[in-house]
Ligand binder design. Structure first.
Ligand code: G3H
Length: 494
């Protein structure tokens, strides 16, 4: 059943060549250029993706514009029905999609399954929430000099053709978080999955298609960022961009996108502040969970811990112990593996290793791990790290957490606030009042008190400031971001 459902996506070769979806048909590009998708687990080639041409992109965007108006004309109930069916099919194919996701990005099986099921829940929630979107009506006599003659009827309307660019670390969930709100609000979507994650993303496209997204309303283009990224981002036919990726690519994309709305989730480099009254066990456990899930390849992962020396000396040994107990590096297909599988590529792992070794040379002490084997990095804990070390200063997409000893909490706040990132932070304290006051001083999107940072629950607002992004995601917030206000003013002199 599952195999037939996804048959159109590829040819019969082993490994297969995957097609792109032009909005109506699965096609191999006229280009003869292909990119292999290699599993980070054993470097097996899972398939190859076709690199679409600029001409094919032009045609797909033009067709999407033509199709979008009719899609927006459907009722929100009709569009929601398509989403609910897509959610049902994701659940029905969960096991197949989980296995694919594990092999494509090396995510441990339990976390991959969570990603798939969370995506189905998210789609349902978007469809429900869209039913409650509403505009407003404003009278003119609330401003000096105006009588009651004008009434502004303010509707929410779709933006047009949305470009959705998804990252490798959540190729299903961070695609759904873009596709579902864009589609249910009546936009057409040009979707570009990541290279590692493209096969999962194409499967997701097929699910939406078979659930009833009409011709040319959803297009899936494949190719590398270098081949087609800039062309898509700067394309005059794109009305809005929703993107998740590195701060570096985000800044570049924002620079060439032109005057269109942007919803960007970029790098995070999230600190945990440990106060002298925090519960040692609970704090250590949250730090372990926060640092290592999906081998630290999450924008919301805890990257460094700030505290006074006595508090670090109290908490760090428990973090080391709990890491040894709860985190198990290994093949992500094995149920024995806990959180830490391979990094996405060997060059990514080499970069993490280089930063660990540079930190050690500069005076940091490796308390656990620090070893690379191929594209695996052992869960690593550093003590005596400094804010100017690369491993702390730049988001390190790997299973590493660095402890920094500060003189006082003012210094901790200063370190967080001078970072070029501003996604999330965590504060651990027994006194919620102190936690809230400290949270108010931190220049980041969200502060968690006594919890690891994270994106969900998915209806909470999720945003980054500074290099960490622009715009607000979260179910209702993403629906707003994919629409604009359309005031129609009625002038009826009395
Ligand atoms: O990598 C960025 C994701 O938005 C993180 O999501 O907190 O659910 O792992 P998560």
């Amino acid at each position: 059943m599952t195999a037939n459902f996804f048959d159109d996506l590829h040819d019969d070769n082993t490994p297969p060549t995957y097609r792109w979806f032009d909005g109506a048909k699965w096609k191999t590009s006229v280009n003869s250029h292909f990119i292999p998708v290699v599993s980070p687990i054993d470097h097996a080639t899972l398939g190859r993706i076709t690199v679409v041409t600029h001409g094919e992109i032009d045609t797909a965007i033009a067709n999407a514009h033509l199709a979008q108006a009719a899609w927006a004309d459907k009722t929100v109930m009709e569009r929601g029905k398509v989403l609910h069916l897509a959610a049902d099919w994701i659940r029905e194919h969960e096991s197949y999609l989980t296995t694919l996701l594990v092999s494509e990005i090396g995510k441990p099986t339990d976390e991959a399954k969570d990603e798939i099921l969370r995506s189905a829940d998210m789609i349902d929630y978007f469809a429900h929430e869209a039913l409650h979107m509403k505009g407003e009506q404003l009278p003119s006599d609330a401003f000096p000099g105006y009588d009651k003659s004008k009434i502004s009827i303010i509707e929410r309307v779709p933006l047009g053709v949305v470009l959705a660019i998804a990252p490798f670390n959540y190729p299903v969930n961070l695609s759904v978080s873009k596709l579902a709100p864009a589609l249910v609000t009546g936009n057409a979507v040009i979707y570009k999955p990541p290279t590692n994650g493209a096969i999962s993303g194409l499967h997701l496209t097929q699910i939406f298609r078979k659930a009833g997204v009409p011709d040319h309303v959803l297009v899936a283009v494949t190719g590398s960022g270098e081949d087609i990224g800039d062309y898509l981002v700067a394309h005059p036919g794109i009305d809005m961009i929703t993107f998740t990726g590195s701060s570096q690519i985000g800044k570049h994309a924002a620079g060439i996108a032109g005057m269109i709305p942007l919803l960007f989730e970029c790098g995070g480099n999230n600190p945990a502040l440990v106060l002298n009254d925090c519960n040692t066990e609970e704090t250590a456990l949250e730090i372990v969970k926060g640092a290592y899930s999906f081998a630290g390849q999450r924008c919301t992962a805890i990257k460094y811990v700030l505290g006074l020396s006595p508090d670090i000396e109290r908490i760090l040994p428990r973090v080391v112990e709990l890491t040894k107990q709860k985190i198990k590096m290994g093949d992500p297909r094995s149920p024995e593996t806990k959180s830490v599988g391979p990094l996405i590529t060997e060059s990514a792992a080499k970069e993490v290793e280089a930063r660990i070794l540079a930190a050690e040379r500069a005076g940091a002490k490796i308390m656990l791990g620090g070893v690379r084997r191929g594209n695996y990095i052992e869960p690593t804990i550093l003590d005596y790290a400094k804010p100017d070390m690369e491993i702390v200063r730049i988001e390190t997409f790997g299973p590493v957490v660095s402890f920094i000893r500060v003189k006082n909490m003012e210094e901790a706040v200063e370190i967080v606030n001078r970072s070029t990132y501003g996604l999330q932070a965590a504060i651990y304290t027994a006194d919620e009042g102190t936690g809230i006051r400290l949270a108010q001083k931190l220049h980041v999107g969200t502060v968690w008190i006594n919890s690891k940072p994270q994106r969900g629950p998915d209806h909470f607002p999720f945003l980054g400031i500074k290099g960490s992004g622009v715009g607000v995601q979260g179910i209702g917030y993403s629906l707003e971001a994919m629409t604009r206000l359309k005031p129609i003013v009625l002038n009826k002199p009395q």
